[in-house]
Design a protein around this ligand. Sequence first.
Ligand SMILES: [Fe+2]
Length: 236
Amino acid sequence: MGVTYYPSTRAGLVTEPFRKEAEVPLRKPYGSAETRTFRRPGRGRLLLVVAAAAAALAAVVVVLSPAGAVAPADGASKGGTVGTRWGRLSALDRQLLVKVRQAGLWEMPAGQQAQQRASSARVKEVGDMIMQQHMTLDADTRVTAQKLGVLLPNEPGNGQKAWLREMSGKFGADFDRTFVHRLREAHGQVFTVIAKVRAQTENSEIRAFAERCLKFVNTHMTLLESTGLVTRQALS
Ligand SMILES: [Fe+2]
């Protein structure tokens, strides 16, 4: 059975377009009716040149200012820290967006698999809730990433793909155990990234995003534990 990764077009997100800040001052007309009525044509021409130069300078200032800056759209780890209007954005900040995106890209199909393969009614229920919540979190992730100019992957990581393949070969109680333990393991991993970013980031958008992510991770851990399958025996 094939695995669906929920590419960006599946989650029905309405994204906001980038603002082209540099265009704003350029839309202003370079001259006006008043400037053409001056009796001394030489002075009018001079005013036009000065106005054009001022507009060009304003455009350059807007492009170079932190308010108009965007991060290089290079995913998780390439590039250094860049300025944004919400504070500096580090490689670790970008990594958080990528990790949370990839968490959704494998947990959504995993939750869907639980509907078809699980034997426990609670595992099916938990799988459905996790899938639904990741659709919400994925939309949030993409809006935040777009705001900060960070490109996101459209596929889960290789390890996550392997977990999906593993689960797609299981049914019943075997599936239930694998589903709960793999998801719990994954949440443990992403939890450390979120906590580190939450503690270190200088970017207010990322700080708020990390806070929202922590709530989802805590909820999913609790949901997985509510299946009764996270036992000391099973974890050893
Ligand atoms: Fe999750």
